[in-house]
Design a protein around this ligand. Structure first.
Ligand code: XIL
Length: 311
């Protein structure tokens, strides 16, 4: 059967999804993933709280299982994520500056070594900026200062020079204060020789609110000499869904897909799940949902048809 993965491949790009070990226990869903996606992002399994729950005690079992099933489905893998303020164990958050720096480097060395040669990319640093373009005052920033981002990229590159190294964030999809700040950082990394290969635009979008400057934003990053990926696309609405809302959502998906497909250097789109049965939205944004291309019964929605058409 033809899926989005085949349509994307014919255009020289990929179509991916996020999934967790638990979700892949649903054989019907896993088969849908194998049909539609040729790129996989572990939804939680490569995050610090899973991979190093206690100092120096590493747990790669859950992510290994996803990497193995991705290989079996002929899918590549986006590693997500090494350095993030969220889903970080309290032992990390409570370290003093010099121990935190050591812990970051040790975590990167160990996890990146474990997956060396097996991943398409790493989201090295996730969500380091505020919406106004200032640095998020996370424990990383407060203890290590601005330089931790470049240090994390250098450390990752030193271990796995073959993986594409990404900076990944949300509310950076269109041009604005936050994407301007990411743009300035990437530009300075390029000037200083800090190894960065890509910018991930999460694209956790709200119905009817795809930024009109998305294509222009993608283009300006590509013009800096990095690739761009849409890394976590979903389009949430107030539930219940109605035919009108689903039609708007279909337009939104098409707008995003076309923005990426129009720019050479936008290498692929990943949705943050495929089915509304397994989406992070309802628990994170109460009253909202129906954000993905398949409904809770794995029936394709207008958004899916719209993606097919865009490809
Ligand atoms: C989400 C997962 O989907 C949830 O299961 C988890 O409880 C919280 O994190 N931005 C990111 C992703 O970079 O890692 C987040 O994933 C969604 C927002």
């Amino acid at each position: 059967a033809t899926g989005l993965r085949d349509l994307a491949a014919a255009k020289g790009v990929y179509f991916g999804t996020a999934a967790t070990v638990g979700e892949w226990n649903d054989a019907t869903y896993k088969a849908l993933g194998a049909r539609e996606a040729n790129m996989l992002t572990p939804g939680n399994e490569m995050k610090w709280d899973t991979t190093e729950p206690n100092p120096g005690q590493f747990n790669f079992g859950p992510a290994d299982s996803l990497v193995a099933s991705a290989a079996a489905a002929n899918q590549r893998v986006r590693g997500h994520t090494l350095v993030w303020h969220s889903q970080a164990p309290s032992w990390v958050q409570n370290l003093g500056a010099s121990d935190l720096r050591q812990a970051m480097l040790n975590h990167i060395n160990t996890e990146v070594t474990h997956y060396k040669g097996k991943l398409y990319s790493w989201d090295v640093v996730n969500e380091a900026f505020n919406d106004d373009g200032t640095r998020r005052q996370s424990f990383w920033e407060q203890k290590l200062g601005d330089g931790y981002i470049a240090d994390a990229f250098r450390a990752t590159h030193a271990v796995d020079p073959g993986a594409k190294l990404y900076y990944n964030d949300y509310n950076t999809d269109g041009i604005g204060a936050k994407s301007d700040a990411v743009y300035a950082m990437v530009k300075s990394f390029k000037q200083q020789g800090v190894p960065i290969d890509g910018v991930g635009l999460q694209a956790h979008l709200i119905l009817g609110q795809v930024p009109s400057s998305m294509q222009q934003n993608i283009q300006r990053f590509v013009d800096l000499g990095v690739e761009v990926a849409i890394t976590e696309l979903d389009v949430r609405m107030n539930t219940p869904a109605t035919p009108d809302k689903l039609a708007t959502q279909a337009t939104d998906y098409a707008t995003v897909a076309n923005a990426c497909l129009t720019v050479t250097g936008c290498v692929g789109i990943t949705t943050w799940g495929l089915s509304d049965k397994y989406s992070w939205i309802p628990s994170t944004f109460p009253g909202q949902g129906a954000a993905l291309p398949f409904d809770e019964n794995f029936q394709s929605k207008p958004a899916y048809d719209s993606l097919v058409k865009a490809y």
